[in-house]
Write a protein of this length. Sequence first.
Length: 357
Amino acid sequence: MSDGAPYRVGVVGATGAVGTTILEVLAERGFPAAEVVPFTSERSAGTRLPYAERELECRSLSPEAIAGLDLVLSSAGGSISAEWAPRLVEAGAVVVDNTSYWRMHEDVPLVVAEVNPDALDSHGGIVANPNCSAMQMLVALAPLHKAVGLERIVVSTYQPVSGTGRRAMAELEAQTHAILHDSDVPPAEVYPHRIAFNVLPQVETFKGGDDYTTEERKMMAETRKILGATEDELKISATCIRVPVLKGESESVNVQTREPLSPDECRRLLAGAPGVLVVDAPADGVYPLATEAAGRDQVLVGRIRRDPSHERCLNMWIVGDNLRKGAATNAVQLAELLHARGLVRVPEGVAATPAPS
Ligand SMILES: NC(=O)c1ccc[n+]([C@@H]2O[C@H](COP(=O)([O-])OP(=O)(O)OC[C@H]3O[C@@H](n4cnc5c(N)ncnc54)[C@H](OP(=O)(O)O)[C@@H]3O)[C@@H](O)[C@H]2O)c1
């Protein structure tokens, strides 16, 4: 347990698409870390990673290696978080977890820094970082919800391969290279079909005969949990699509508000909202692009227009960097909020949070 900064910070999954970005963002934002310890599987133990002008050596997870950590940002996959988050908490660390494993657990706050930071106050050792698609959408929609109330959201995502991690990025690059050089195209391994020069109407899996994917279910459930809305209070329909883009997720969003909201009022509200940049002069070719969003922390919003089929509906195009605001940046913002609120400590009497049944 820590009495205060600077902290001993662990980054689990440090060689991954999210983990490397967490290291970058921690260094960029000058998080008060006395020491940063990167963790990977046995495969990458010993690998050296850059961090703030120096190199850190990766370690594998073990009871000895996690002793004395104050804060851990974890992105090594659900099964690793299921096993190690409670062990880290027991060892005295607060865990900000990027996987989906703990997100819907009722005792675990699910937090977007700009939207529901007060949910952190009740943490019992584990804090969950939301799904990237829900995260960027909520940075843009929460200010509208606060001002005029949201009744219904219909969203289609256009998700980059970095959302699936390093292997997926390598798969897109190898297939694209082969097609452009007229050589044999490597078979799809990460995705069910070739991703290069293709569009896949499947992000993650169809579980137990569901006709929505796990990603679509997460988007709908997490959005409601973060906004504290029931299914009756907020209707949501999501379709998640994988596109051959490396970084930057785009979303087409149709939103029905409780009170009327004009496109101009919507632009005004969003112009003053934290974490949002309105990019909306479509006649001049100015609108959010994945290439513009990649590498930034803000969520870009444009193409804001009235839905001609409904007087209380607007359409918009929301684009964010899935690895930054969609994952690493929000995780580091949560670490900063925990620090600012004196919450980098496991509350007295907290035993390991039981896993979801
Ligand atoms: N990519 C995104 O946009 C995004 C956004 C939000 C959340 N997430 C979630 O974050 C997690 C990681 O995603 P990613 O895209 O970064 O995946 P990734 O690129 O495949 O990286 C996985 C990381 O986990 C490490 N790892 C694997 N097994 C391990 C073990 N037994 N012990 C410790 N570390 C282990 C890997 O280390 P090695 O080098 O040893 O293999 C690597 O550092 C997933 O749960 C994903 O759903 C991803």
